[in-house]
Design a protein around this ligand. Structure first.
Ligand code: UD1
Length: 430
């Protein structure tokens, strides 16, 4: 099993290019099969989740032509199977987007029910409620969601909670459901807008994406297009916090600064300088940072996917901080690992109380999930001595070339898979 070995203590300095947004890409790839024409997608991140979804799409019969690591051509005219294999859904929950895409296009879909997840229970009742409102009969048969409709129709849907996945899934199916659909209490995340933009480029009629009311006029057919995915605001935010925690100076390039506002505001609040450019942000942390409170919320609030990264940074800040997680129930699994590095962090329910310490020290820790894994890498980069991060398979799900990008900023980090490689790294860094 691969691990990261890190010698911490270097401020990260330099420039880094951000890849396309993983969470937008997952939905966009699914949406691309909704036409029989070819859809060309650019700025695709080369990460494990994306590669698994492309395999799932090829498996149901679509033509998938990976032109290069960031570009793919998809043609859904050859799809023969509306049933997605459990092998894919167990690897990436977001293959549930194939449900909305297949249901919209073929009026039937069969996708295994995604299991629990290591950040807590993640029901998909709102997705199913939406499909039912559009006229589909939805049953759970042998662990799979089977959705079928003689004909879909537009509907007025009020989501019980703000859900990115449900908003996108319903939007996809509704774009090919005759009549008008209104989704109320819709998620406003940038990737919801990105998927709506793609669908509109394919001939859909979706208005209001980015607000909490999305209006869709169903069309009979979608057509091919070429589309470039937005930059990944979570990857960008991760590097912004890497600059903060290591007291570095990073120019984060190829971003949409507007999407990063919640992160930028918190960084400024704790004492970083953040400079915004048209498509870049520079984060400079020249002194010890100070405490703050933060609560995760749907966009435009502070993102849950950036919660572990800010917590690691606050572990080194002056004073007591409170981090409240309001989206997922079990997103503090990294706290014990961070404590092993010397952090003073106590979790009570959905709150972490962090008393900042002057220094963290390297330890062997384990990545409990994707974003917490990246945050532990940041902790290792900021800590004194050697840190080994186990289970980095989680990190590879969502960060393209993570260790290369960090090394280009001056980090001493290596991906290793044996004791011999660990010893070699230790000898090299002294
Ligand atoms: C997406 C992101 C994930 C991010 C999350 C919140 C992708 C692939 N993943 O996940 O990285 O952390 O948004 O920004 O884009 N809920 C229900 N019933 C439902 C749907 C959701 O109860 O039918 C609850 C969830 O348990 C959670 C909350 O609603 O508490 C928000 O979840 P949701 O926005 O749906 O997250 P995902 O789309 O799964």
């Amino acid at each position: 099993m691969d691990q990261y070995i890190i010698k911490g203590g270097n401020p990260l300095v330099g420039e880094v290019e951000i890849a396309g947004a993983k969470n937008a890409a997952l939905a966009i790839l699914a949406a691309a099969i909704m036409t029989d024409d070819t859809v060309l997608i650019e700025n695709l991140p080369d990460v494990r989740d994306i590669n698994v979804l492309l395999e799932a799409i090829a498996e149901i019969g679509a033509k998938v032509d990976r032109i290069n690591r960031s570009t793919v051509r998809i043609n859904g005219s050859t799809i023969q199977d509306i049933s997605v294999d459990y092998e894919y859904i167990k690897k990436i929950r977001a293959s549930y987007y194939l449900l909305g895409a297949l249901l919209g296009k073929y009026k039937k879909a069969e996708v295994p029910l995604p299991g629990g997840c290591n950040i807590g229970s993640r029901p998909i009742d709102q997705h199913l409620k939406g499909f039912r409102a559009l006229g589909a009969k939805v049953d759970i048969i042998n662990g799979a969601i089977v959705a079928k409709a003689d004909q879909l129709h537009g509907s007025h849907i009020f989501l019980d909670m703000v859900s990115v996945g449900a908003t996108i899934n319903i939007m996809m199916a509704a774009s090919m459901a005759p009549g008008r659909t209104i989704i109320e209490n819709a998620a406003r995340e940038p990737h919801v807008v990105d998927v709506a933009n793609l669908l509109n480029c394919m001939g859909a009629n979706i208005k209001g994406a980015g607000t909490d009311v999305i209006r869709i006029k169903g069309v009979e057919k979608l057509h091919g297009t070429e589309y470039s995915i937005i930059p990944d605001q979570i990857e960008a935010g991760t590097f912004m916090f890497a600059a903060a925690a290591t007291r570095g100076d990073i120019m984060v390039k190829n971003v949409i600064p507007k999407h990063l506002e919640a992160t930028t505001a918190k960084l400024e609040e704790i004492g970083c300088e953040v400079e915004e450019f048209d498509d870049a942000v520079r984060v400079v942390a020249s002194k010890r940072l100070r405490r703050t409170h933060v609560k995760t919320l749907p966009y435009p609030g502070y993102p849950t996917d950036m919660q572990p990264q800010i917590a690691v940074t606050l572990a080194l800040a002056q004073g007591t901080s409170i981090v409240t997680e309001s989206i997922f129930e079990n997103r503090f699994k990294y706290a014990d690992e961070l404590a092993r590095m010397g952090a003073n962090i106590k979790v009570e329910g959905n709150t972490a109380i962090i008393d900042g310490v002057e220094k963290l020290s390297g330890a062997r820790v384990s990545a409990p999930d994707l974003r917490a894994g990246a945050a532990l890498v940041i902790a290792g980069l900021a800590a004194e001595g050697i840190t080994i991060v186990d289970d980095i398979v989680y990190i590879q799900r969502g960060y393209e070339n993570f260790e290369h990008k960090l090394r280009s900023l001056g980090a001493e980090i290596e991906r290793v898979s044996s004791e011999k490689e660990i010893q070699k790294f230790k000898l090299r860094v002294g």
